[in-house]
Design a binder for this molecule. Sequence first.
Ligand code: SAM
Length: 202
Amino acid sequence: MNEIDPHKITIMHYQANSESFWEGTKDHDVNQNYAALQTRLPRSGDVRILDFGCGPGRDLKHFLNRGYIPTGLDGCESFCEMAREYSDCEVLHQDFRELDLPESHFDGIFANASLFHIPKSQFKEVLLQLNTALKEEGILFCSNPRGDGEYFDGSRYGNYMEYLEYEKFFKAAGYEIIDHYYRPQGWPREEQRWLAIVAKKL
Ligand SMILES: C[S@@+](CC[C@H](N)C(=O)[O-])C[C@H]1O[C@@H](n2cnc3c(N)ncnc32)[C@H](O)[C@@H]1O
Protein backbone atom coordinates (compact mmCIF):
# COMPACT_ATOMS: atom_id res chain seq x y z
CA MET A 1 0.00 0.00 0.00
CA ASN A 2 1.28 3.49 -0.87
CA GLU A 3 2.01 5.63 2.18
CA ILE A 4 0.32 9.05 2.14
CA ASP A 5 2.81 11.95 2.13
CA PRO A 6 0.97 14.95 3.64
CA HIS A 7 3.60 17.34 2.26
CA LYS A 8 3.15 16.17 -1.32
CA ILE A 9 -0.61 16.37 -0.87
CA THR A 10 -0.22 19.93 0.45
CA ILE A 11 1.61 20.94 -2.73
CA MET A 12 -0.97 19.10 -4.85
CA HIS A 13 -3.69 21.04 -3.02
CA TYR A 14 -2.10 24.36 -4.01
CA GLN A 15 -1.57 23.04 -7.56
CA ALA A 16 -5.27 22.13 -7.87
CA ASN A 17 -6.42 25.48 -6.43
CA SER A 18 -3.80 27.83 -7.86
CA GLU A 19 -6.21 30.17 -9.68
CA SER A 20 -8.63 30.53 -6.77
CA PHE A 21 -5.69 31.05 -4.37
CA TRP A 22 -4.47 33.92 -6.57
CA GLU A 23 -7.94 35.49 -6.73
CA GLY A 24 -8.27 35.21 -2.97
CA THR A 25 -4.84 36.57 -2.02
CA LYS A 26 -3.61 38.94 -4.74
CA ASP A 27 -5.04 41.99 -2.93
CA HIS A 28 -4.03 41.00 0.62
CA ASP A 29 -2.53 43.93 2.48
CA VAL A 30 0.85 42.75 3.74
CA ASN A 31 2.48 46.19 3.93
CA GLN A 32 3.29 45.72 7.62
CA ASN A 33 5.25 42.58 6.72
CA TYR A 34 7.07 44.20 3.79
CA ALA A 35 8.12 47.04 6.10
CA ALA A 36 9.33 44.63 8.80
CA LEU A 37 11.86 43.25 6.31
CA GLN A 38 12.64 46.28 4.16
CA THR A 39 13.50 48.62 7.05
CA ARG A 40 16.24 46.18 8.09
CA LEU A 41 17.84 45.70 4.68
CA PRO A 42 20.79 47.64 3.25
CA ARG A 43 19.69 51.01 1.85
CA SER A 44 21.84 50.88 -1.29
CA GLY A 45 23.56 48.52 -3.69
CA ASP A 46 22.22 45.24 -5.03
CA VAL A 47 19.93 43.87 -2.33
CA ARG A 48 18.81 40.28 -2.89
CA ILE A 49 15.62 38.84 -1.39
CA LEU A 50 14.51 35.21 -1.44
CA ASP A 51 10.71 34.96 -1.40
CA PHE A 52 10.42 31.55 0.24
CA GLY A 53 7.12 29.91 -0.70
CA CYS A 54 6.36 32.78 -3.08
CA GLY A 55 3.04 31.44 -4.34
CA PRO A 56 1.78 33.19 -7.52
CA GLY A 57 4.16 36.15 -7.17
CA ARG A 58 2.36 39.08 -5.50
CA ASP A 59 5.30 39.86 -3.22
CA LEU A 60 8.00 39.27 -5.86
CA LYS A 61 6.47 42.06 -7.93
CA HIS A 62 6.30 44.33 -4.90
CA PHE A 63 10.00 43.85 -4.09
CA LEU A 64 11.02 44.25 -7.74
CA ASN A 65 9.09 47.52 -8.00
CA ARG A 66 10.99 48.82 -4.96
CA GLY A 67 14.39 48.21 -6.52
CA TYR A 68 15.30 44.91 -4.86
CA ILE A 69 16.52 41.79 -6.66
CA PRO A 70 13.95 39.16 -5.66
CA THR A 71 14.10 35.43 -6.36
CA GLY A 72 11.09 33.24 -5.74
CA LEU A 73 11.00 29.65 -4.53
CA ASP A 74 8.00 27.34 -4.42
CA GLY A 75 7.23 23.64 -4.62
CA CYS A 76 4.06 24.11 -6.64
CA GLU A 77 4.81 24.10 -10.36
CA SER A 78 1.79 26.18 -11.38
CA PHE A 79 2.63 28.86 -8.78
CA CYS A 80 6.20 28.98 -10.15
CA GLU A 81 4.89 29.56 -13.66
CA MET A 82 2.34 32.15 -12.52
CA ALA A 83 4.96 33.96 -10.44
CA ARG A 84 7.45 34.07 -13.33
CA GLU A 85 4.81 35.45 -15.66
CA TYR A 86 3.41 37.99 -13.18
CA SER A 87 6.69 39.32 -11.81
CA ASP A 88 9.29 38.52 -14.46
CA CYS A 89 11.56 37.31 -11.64
CA GLU A 90 13.63 34.16 -11.37
CA VAL A 91 11.61 31.50 -9.52
CA LEU A 92 13.16 28.27 -8.25
CA HIS A 93 10.99 25.16 -8.28
CA GLN A 94 12.13 23.46 -5.05
CA ASP A 95 10.58 21.53 -2.20
CA PHE A 96 11.29 23.06 1.24
CA ARG A 97 12.48 19.61 2.29
CA GLU A 98 15.11 19.34 -0.48
CA LEU A 99 16.62 22.78 -0.84
CA ASP A 100 19.54 23.67 -3.06
CA LEU A 101 20.46 27.31 -2.38
CA PRO A 102 23.60 29.39 -2.95
CA GLU A 103 25.67 30.23 0.15
CA SER A 104 25.86 33.76 1.62
CA HIS A 105 23.78 35.10 -1.24
CA PHE A 106 20.64 36.80 0.10
CA ASP A 107 20.36 39.96 2.20
CA GLY A 108 16.86 39.01 3.24
CA ILE A 109 14.39 36.13 3.16
CA PHE A 110 10.66 36.81 3.07
CA ALA A 111 8.69 33.75 4.17
CA ASN A 112 5.07 34.90 4.22
CA ALA A 113 2.68 32.13 5.28
CA SER A 114 5.06 29.37 4.25
CA LEU A 115 7.31 28.09 7.08
CA PHE A 116 4.36 26.45 8.84
CA HIS A 117 4.20 23.93 5.98
CA ILE A 118 7.64 22.56 6.93
CA PRO A 119 7.42 19.39 9.04
CA LYS A 120 8.46 20.04 12.63
CA SER A 121 11.01 17.23 12.37
CA GLN A 122 12.82 19.17 9.61
CA PHE A 123 12.20 22.71 10.82
CA LYS A 124 15.58 23.29 12.42
CA GLU A 125 17.41 21.84 9.40
CA VAL A 126 15.54 24.15 7.00
CA LEU A 127 16.26 27.19 9.22
CA LEU A 128 19.95 26.21 9.16
CA GLN A 129 19.91 25.98 5.36
CA LEU A 130 18.26 29.41 5.11
CA ASN A 131 20.88 30.73 7.53
CA THR A 132 23.63 29.47 5.22
CA ALA A 133 21.93 31.12 2.23
CA LEU A 134 21.87 34.51 4.03
CA LYS A 135 24.77 36.96 3.97
CA GLU A 136 26.31 37.97 7.28
CA GLU A 137 23.68 39.70 9.45
CA GLY A 138 21.03 38.84 6.84
CA ILE A 139 17.38 39.06 7.87
CA LEU A 140 14.75 36.32 7.86
CA PHE A 141 11.13 37.48 8.06
CA CYS A 142 8.34 34.98 8.55
CA SER A 143 4.64 35.14 9.28
CA ASN A 144 2.69 32.02 10.21
CA PRO A 145 -0.64 31.01 11.68
CA ARG A 146 0.04 30.23 15.32
CA GLY A 147 -1.18 27.44 17.53
CA ASP A 148 -0.12 24.22 19.12
CA GLY A 149 0.67 21.07 17.19
CA GLU A 150 1.00 19.51 13.78
CA TYR A 151 -2.15 18.91 11.78
CA PHE A 152 -3.03 17.39 8.42
CA ASP A 153 -6.64 17.99 7.44
CA GLY A 154 -6.54 15.71 4.41
CA SER A 155 -5.46 18.47 2.03
CA ARG A 156 -2.90 20.64 3.85
CA TYR A 157 -0.26 19.96 6.51
CA GLY A 158 0.55 22.66 9.07
CA ASN A 159 2.96 22.92 11.98
CA TYR A 160 1.45 25.49 14.35
CA MET A 161 3.67 26.98 17.05
CA GLU A 162 3.62 29.86 19.51
CA TYR A 163 6.39 32.42 19.98
CA LEU A 164 8.40 30.53 22.62
CA GLU A 165 8.69 27.42 20.47
CA TYR A 166 9.73 29.48 17.44
CA GLU A 167 12.29 31.25 19.59
CA LYS A 168 13.93 27.94 20.55
CA PHE A 169 14.18 26.86 16.91
CA PHE A 170 15.59 30.21 15.76
CA LYS A 171 18.19 30.27 18.55
CA ALA A 172 19.23 26.69 17.78
CA ALA A 173 19.66 27.55 14.10
CA GLY A 174 21.93 30.60 14.64
CA TYR A 175 19.53 33.56 14.61
CA GLU A 176 18.64 36.33 17.01
CA ILE A 177 14.98 37.36 17.00
CA ILE A 178 14.90 41.16 16.72
CA ASP A 179 11.15 41.72 16.52
CA HIS A 180 7.84 39.92 16.60
CA TYR A 181 4.21 40.97 16.39
CA TYR A 182 0.72 39.56 15.98
CA ARG A 183 -1.73 40.17 13.12
CA PRO A 184 -4.19 41.52 12.13
CA GLN A 185 -3.01 44.80 13.68
CA GLY A 186 -5.18 46.19 16.46
CA TRP A 187 -7.32 43.08 17.02
CA PRO A 188 -7.70 41.41 20.47
CA ARG A 189 -4.80 38.96 20.96
CA GLU A 190 -6.99 35.85 20.97
CA GLU A 191 -8.26 36.82 17.51
CA GLN A 192 -4.79 37.55 16.15
CA ARG A 193 -4.10 34.19 14.53
CA TRP A 194 -0.89 35.28 12.80
CA LEU A 195 2.55 35.60 14.38
CA ALA A 196 5.26 37.50 12.51
CA ILE A 197 8.93 37.13 13.44
CA VAL A 198 11.98 39.08 12.26
CA ALA A 199 15.28 37.30 12.90
CA LYS A 200 18.89 38.22 12.16
CA LYS A 201 21.63 35.77 11.22
CA LEU A 202 24.25 35.75 13.96
C1 SAM B 1 -0.20 29.89 2.20
S1 SAM B 1 0.79 29.83 0.73
C2 SAM B 1 1.65 31.39 0.82
C3 SAM B 1 2.05 31.94 -0.53
C4 SAM B 1 2.60 33.36 -0.53
N1 SAM B 1 3.81 33.47 0.23
C5 SAM B 1 1.58 34.34 -0.02
O1 SAM B 1 1.81 35.01 0.99
O2 SAM B 1 0.54 34.45 -0.67
C6 SAM B 1 2.05 28.63 1.09
C7 SAM B 1 3.04 28.39 -0.04
O3 SAM B 1 3.97 27.38 0.35
C8 SAM B 1 4.16 26.48 -0.74
N2 SAM B 1 4.54 25.16 -0.19
C9 SAM B 1 3.85 24.40 0.69
N3 SAM B 1 4.55 23.29 0.99
C10 SAM B 1 5.70 23.35 0.29
C11 SAM B 1 6.84 22.51 0.20
N4 SAM B 1 6.95 21.35 0.88
N5 SAM B 1 7.86 22.89 -0.61
C12 SAM B 1 7.79 24.06 -1.31
N6 SAM B 1 6.72 24.90 -1.28
C13 SAM B 1 5.69 24.54 -0.48
C14 SAM B 1 2.83 26.44 -1.45
O4 SAM B 1 2.95 25.99 -2.77
C15 SAM B 1 2.40 27.90 -1.33
O5 SAM B 1 2.86 28.69 -2.38
